[in-house]
Each structure stands twice: as C-alpha cells, then as structure tokens.
Design a protein around this ligand. Structure first.
Ligand SMILES: C[S@@+](CC[C@H](N)C(=O)[O-])C[C@H]1O[C@@H](n2cnc3c(N)ncnc32)[C@H](O)[C@@H]1O
Length: 279
C-alpha cells in the first residue's frame, strides 16, 4: 500500500499554511487551547505550532499527585511544573545523571510519550546500567511514572514534562543511544495526519540527536500508520531499517507490552515494530 500521496499532501499542507512544528522555543503549552503561538525569530510573523498531542484532562490519582508534590519524588522530575511543560534550560540529558551511580556516560534511552509509564518503568528496572529519560505532556501519567520510579527506588530514571519535539531541538547532536516511541497517537483522520509524530520533518529532529549507530524504535497498532511509518523512515536518508527496507521487525524481547498495545490487541488490531539505525 503506497502512502506517497498522503504523505505529500501532509507536507504540502505544512508548507502552505502558517502551521509549523515548533521552532526552538521555551514557550509553554497553553493548556486551555492546546496550542502554542509564537513570534517567528527575526520577524514579527505569528506562527501557530502543530502539536503531535492533545492534552487530555483525566483524573489524577492520589499516588500521582503525591509524586508530583512530595520531596522524595523530586529527584525524578526534571521540571516539576504542573500543567506547564516549560523546557527552559534542559539542553543535556546525560548531565541529569552526573550524580547517579551510572553517571552521565552510561547508554542513554529517551522514551517519547510513555503514557502512564508502566512499560517505561519496567524497561528501566530491567536494565539498571542504562539511563532512561521519559518525556510526556500528560501530568497524571508523569505523576504515576514518578511514583513507580520512587517506590522501586530506581536511580536510572528521569522524567520531563513537555513536548518531545521542542526538547529534542534543545539537545546536542549525537547525544542519545536509543529513542523509543511506542504507540504514538495515530491521528486517524486525514486532516490530522500532519500531527503524526513520524513525519520527514520531525524525523530530521529525532535523527539529529541520535548517536551514530543509535536506534530509533517505534511500534504501532494502527495499520495505516504502520505503512506510513515504513515509507517515511525507509525514505529518510541517514537511517537504515534493521529488518531491511520495507520490512517490519518482530517485537524485541526488551520491549514490554504497553497499555495502548494491549488495548489495540483487545480490539483486534495487529502490532508493527520498526527499528532504524542511524548511519
Ligand atoms: C497513544 S499514547 C501511548 C502511550 C504509551 N506509549 C503506551 O503505549 O501505552 C501516546 C502518548 O504520547 C504522548 N505524546 C504525544 N506527543 C508527544 C510529544 N510531542 N511530546 C511528549 N509526549 C507526547 C501523549 O500525551 C500520549 O500520552
């Protein structure tokens, strides 16, 4: 199934409207409108940012709230700012572990959009010699994830509240060993395809911060997005499909089943994993 026309339509729509992915900015997300508006650097042009997420207002359970406020969990929260997502000054993920047992040179994984964090924490607990940073915009999930890290006394986890695209733009080149994006929002309607995380322009931002030989690992339960992803990623210069062009990979043992994956399977969806290596 070729998605060429869908992908090209999306790129064209990004070019012909004033909507763009975020430029380097510390502008916080407006939690009422879920939009970010910025003044383009060097001009007075107003630009509206296309986010890959929709902020959800869901119930915050007591443990999540505790973790977002109690000092014993603060070591996990890089920017403990309720509803804000201010990423100012976060420009080095390795430095976050300078005082931890692993130190800052240990292999580093960044998970984008960990949701409630169950599978992210399971991976971090299973690989204590690797450092794990998670970035999410959903505060109940951030709180729950910090709570699990704290109750398991993990020393290799840090959590960032904010937009992963904005964060990645602030990081150095060749910085991260693995970037994982599990079951990203599929944005099923054609007019929303431009919100899909896997797009040529967002992949340029992801790839820049990956180390040479580093991995980008993604998985989805949405068939249209799976074939869209393989087309975007196979066509992206600088990345090589570990399973060979056009192929998906089996779920590797190190990736636990995620909450959204389980929900997809219950609805009869398939699951497609993709791993790409930076050349
Ligand atoms: C469909 S959920 C999947 C959650 C989890 N990975 C799982 O499989 O259960 C996608 C998550 O990605 C988050 N997300 C989407 N775009 C993001 C971005 N640009 N930065 C940070 N988080 C993002 C959303 O808030 C949401 O929690």
């Amino acid at each position: 199934m070729s998605q060429h026309s869908d992908i090209n339509d999306t790129i064209n729509s990004l070019d012909t409207t004033d909507e763009q992915t975020s430029n380097n900015t510390s502008a916080p997300i407006d939690t009422d409108t879920n939009a970010r508006h910025e003044i383009e650097p060097g001009s007075d042009k107003h630009i509206r940012i296309v986010n890959t997420f929709m902020k959800r207002r869901t119930h915050m359970n007591k443990n999540a709230e505790l973790a977002l406020t109690a000092p014993e969990f603060s070591e996990y929260l890089v920017n403990n700012s309720f509803g804000n997502g201010d990423l100012s000054g976060i420009d080095d993920l390795r430095a976050l572990f300078a005082d931890s047992p692993n130190g800052s040179d240990a292999p580093l994984t960044l998970e984008i959009g960990f949701g409630l964090g169950d599978s992210f924490i399971e991976m971090a607990a299973a690989e204590p010699a690797r450092n794990f940073v998670g970035v999410e915009v959903h505060e109940p999930g951030i709180g729950k994830c910090a709570y699990m890290a704290g109750t398991q006394n993990l020393s290799n986890v840090k959590i960032i509240n904010g937009d992963a695209i904005q964060l990645l733009k602030q990081l150095p080149e060749n910085h991260i060993d693995r970037i994982q994006l599990y079951f990203p929002d599929p944005w099923q309607k054609k007019r929303h395809y431009k919100r899909r995380f896997v797009s040529p322009e967002r992949m340029a931002i992801v790839t820049r911060s990956l180390k040479q030989g580093g991995w980008f690992h993604t998985a989805t339960d949405w068939e249209h997005y799976a074939f869209w992803m393989v087309e975007v990623l196979d066509g992206f210069a600088g990345l090589t499909n570990k399973a060979g062009a056009g192929n998906f990979t089996d779920r590797p043992d190190f990736r636990p089943m995620t909450k959204f994956e389980r929900r997809g399977l219950e609805r009869g969806h398939g699951v497609w994993d993709l791993i790409y290596i930076k050349d």
